[in-house]
Design a protein around this ligand. Structure first.
Ligand code: APR
Length: 182
C-alpha cells in the first residue's frame, strides 16, 4: 500500500527517508537542511565520503546514494538529486522518474522495508506539484506492482497542499493509496 502522510519527514520511524538533495550532497536548505540538522554532523561527513563522479558531483541528477541516518529515527537516508524545473522540455519528467526508480532500487538492494519520500523537486527546484505528483505515483505504483519490497512506501508532505496534490494524482491514476493527514 502507498501511504500519503503530512509530517516532518525527519521525525518518521521508517527504515529509510529520502532526501531531496543536490548533486554535491553537501547539504542545503529545505528538506535537505532539515535532514542534516536532525541527523547531525556525521551525515555531512558520510556524504563527503561518497566519491565524486566529476568535480562537485557526488550524485548526478536522477541517481541515488545511501548513507546511515545517524541521529535520525530512520536508519538510512537515501539521497537523490531531483531535476530543476526549466519548463518541462529539458528531460525533467524522465529525471524525476529516475529519482524515484533509482531510490527504490537502492532501497531493495539494502533490504529496506519501509521508506518515506518527500516531494522531490517541488520546493526550491520549482517543479509543478501536480506534474511531480503524477510522476511519483506512477513510478511508485509500478514498483508496487513488480515487487513487494519495500513493503511500506510513504509520500510525506510538509504541507497539506502537497498531500492533496498526491491524492488528486492517485485518484486520476487509479492508484490505491491510504491517507493520514494532519
Ligand atoms: N519534511 C518533509 N518535507 C519537507 C520538509 C520536511 N522537514 N521540509 C521541506 N519539505 C518539502 C518542501 O515543502 C517541498 O515540498 O520538501 C519538498 C522539496 O522541497 P526542497 O527541500 O526545496 O527540495 P527541492 O525542491 O528538491 O530542491 C532541492 O534545495 O535544499 C536544497 O540542497 C537542496 O539544492 C537542493 C534543493
Amino acid at each position: 500500500m502507498i501511504e500519503i502522510i503530512q509530517a516532518d519527514i525527519t521525525m518518521l520511524h521508517v527504515d529509510a527517508i529520502v532526501n531531496a538533495a543536490n548533486e554535491s550532497l553537501q547539504g542545503g536548505g529545505g528538506v535537505d537542511g532539515a535532514i542534516h540538522r536532525a541527523a547531525g554532523p556525521r551525515l555531512f561527513e558520510a556524504c563527503r565520503a561518497i566519491p565524486e563522479v566529476r568535480a562537485g558531483v557526488r550524485c548526478p541528477t536522477g541517481e541515488a546514494r545511501i548513507t546511515p541516518g545517524f541521529e535520525l529515527p530512520a536508519q538510512h537516508v537515501i539521497h537523490t538529486a531531483g531535476p530543476v524545473w526549466r519548463g518541462g522540455d529539458r528531460g525533467e519528467p524522465d529525471l524525476l522518474s529516475a529519482c524515484h526508480r533509482n531510490t527504490l532500487a537502492l532501497a531493495r538492494e539494502h533490504g529496506i522495508d519501509s521508506i518515506a519520500f518527500p516531494a522531490i523537486s517541488c520546493g526550491v527546484y520549482g517543479y509543478p506539484r501536480d506534474a511531480a505528483a503524477a510522476i511519483a505515483l506512477t513510478v511508485l505504483a509500478q514498483a508496487r506492482h513488480h515487487t513487494r519490497t519495500p513493503h511500506r512506501i510513504a509520500l510525506c508532505a510538509f504541507d497539506r497542499g502537497m498531500a492533496e496534490a498526491w491524492q488528486r494524482a492517485a485518484e486520476r491514476l487509479h492508484v490505491d493509496v491510504t491517507s493520514r493527514l494532519g
